[in-house]
Design a protein around this ligand. Structure first.
Ligand SMILES: Nc1ncnc2c1ncn2[C@@H]1O[C@H](COP(=O)(O)OP(=O)(O)OP(=O)(O)O)[C@@H](O)[C@H]1O
Ligand SMILES: [Mg+2]
Length: 432
């Protein structure tokens, strides 16, 4: 923990803290506020805390956090002008609303619509201690981490009880909107794979950073897209520094979003990078199936995407049953099977889950058909590899016990990663 106030350059902004550390000034905020929208990360039961919940980023001193030289501190008035009094609503989450704004990149002051750079301004709902912590975490992580697959945080506003965040504007919005919004133009197979690769790069970067970061809230609504469908991760409100030394996990409060959180984390509060890998598997399934991780409009097993889809993932001949019908069959079967196999790996037992670097390497090996190819047979012709005999054993070595459907008697196709493409997943099990 550093000197929290000494070099804070945002002198117009009070340095605050939500924990009594560093002797910093406290700003009164509502304690115990809860998120109201179902999309919002929620506390997932059961909650087994070994220690009191510590969701604040380290350093815990907000003076340090806000002193990031990469971030511009805005006044509320500036952002009110930049957004034309919060007129253009882009979206809404549990944190608050997101508005379109315009700023001059040189002066970083408000600009006329059309004249400056478009930004997205997220305005925190006034209530909520959790919201404040998430805001702080976002500033801390995105103020320091820079990568083409992380959304750029331009600045923030801490003005009285107002908390806002200013991001680069992502013109294609969230993956969630593209996949699930009624009337949305279906994403092609090639775009889906591009999004998966971009998001995997973002996660992989976080996991392999010098100070490892666990993202903890990987889901379709937090994957934002630019004009070319490059994916960028947003929302670092729940991000957490990874374990240090020989530890493989941190024990912490169970936070996340239903349907995406890894079962072992929900059960034990042990958070590791493998939890992000699980969430990645869920999003990969959403990309394949066009279904939400949790869909309360469905009945029985279909409400939970993983429960419903898992038995089909290892079966080349049945996979089509879970594929998004809006793809209208326009996807390469072999590529789809490779992606499904990978999703299955990600959703498996934590010890055997691949790392994000391995996931990324696998995704990059899935051949991409040229856009505009509209015959399935053409897709298949584009595959550079020959697929092994369907009589080969279903899974490779150490994963046998995790066959997705033990009751299924149809001959199972071999994992495409097992032979032609040397899968990084076929390495020895990961130490955990
Ligand atoms: N930088 C951005 N550029 C363009 N649109 C954005 C940007 N940030 C957010 N949005 C839009 O605003 C919506 C709301 O984002 P927000 O992060 O507040 O909530 P959410 O991700 O949908 O839910 P949650 O609160 O659970 O994270 C997003 O789904 C997206 O459509
Ligand atoms: Mg979000």
């Amino acid at each position: 923990m550093g000197n929290c106030l000494a070099d804070c350059r945002c002198t117009t902004h009070k340095a605050i803290t939500s924990e009594p550390v560093c002797g910093a000034i406290h700003i009164p905020i509502t304690i115990g506020g809860r998120w109201s929208t179902p999309l919002r990360p929620v506390v997932l039961p059961p909650q087994r805390e070994k220690f009191p919940p510590v969701a604040l980023p380290t350093p815990n001193c907000e003076g340090d956090t806000l002193a990031s030289p990469n971030l511009k501190p805005f006044t509320y008035h500036e952002l009110k002008n930049a957004t034309k009094n919060f007129r253009n609503l882009i979206g809404e989450g549990g944190f608050g609303c997101v508005y379109k704004g315009w700023i001059n990149l040189q002066t970083l002051g408000a600009a006329k619509p059309g004249a400056g750079t478009v930004v997205a301004v997220k305005k925190l709902k006034p209530e909520g201690f959790q919201g404040h912590k998430e805001w702080l975490s976002e500033v801390k992580y995105l103020g320091q981490l820079h990568h083409p697959n992380l959304v750029r945080l331009i600045g923030y506003c801490l003005d009285g009880d107002k908390r806002l965040l200013v991001y680069e504007y992502m013109p294609k919005g969230s993956l969630e909107n593209h996949l699930f919004r009624r009337g949305a133009e279906p994403l092609s197979w090639a775009v889906r794979m591009k999004v998966a690769i971009g998001a995997a790069r973002g996660l992989s970067f976080l996991h392999d950073s010098k100070q490892q970061v666990i993202y903890r809230d990987f889901k379709a609504s937090n994957i934002l897209l630019d004009l070319e469908y490059n994916a960028k991760l947003s929302d670092f409100g729940l991000a957490k520094a990874g374990p240090t030394g020989d530890l493989t996990h941190v024990t912490t409060q169970v936070l996340g979003t239903h349907g995406y959180a890894a079962p072992e984390y929900i059960a034990t509060g042990r958070l590791s990078v493998r939890c992000d890998v699980y969430s990645f598997g869920v999003v990969l399934l959403e990309l394949l199936s066009g279904r939400r991780a949790v869909d309360k409009t469905k009945v029985g097993v279909e409400q939970n995407l993983v429960d419903w889809a898992k038995p089909y993932l290892g079966d080349r001949r049945k996979l089509f049953r879970i594929m998004d019908i809006t793809l209208e069959g326009q996807y390469p079967k072999k590529g789809a099977f490779m992606a499904a196999t990978l999703a299955w790996e990600c959703l498996g037992d934590a010890k055997h889950r691949p790392s994000m670097a391995e996931v990324l390497a696998c995704l990059e090996k899935i051949p991409v058909p040229k856009e505009g190819v509209n015959r399935i047979s053409n897709f298949d012709r584009l595959q550079p590899m020959s697929i092994p005999s369907p009589r080969s054993p279903p899974r490779r070595h150490h994963h046998h016990h995790r066959s997705p459907s033990s009751t299924d008697r149809t001959p199972r196709a071999t994992s495409p990663f097992a032979t032609q493409v040397k899968s990084p997943l076929s390495k020895s099990p990961h130490e955990d």
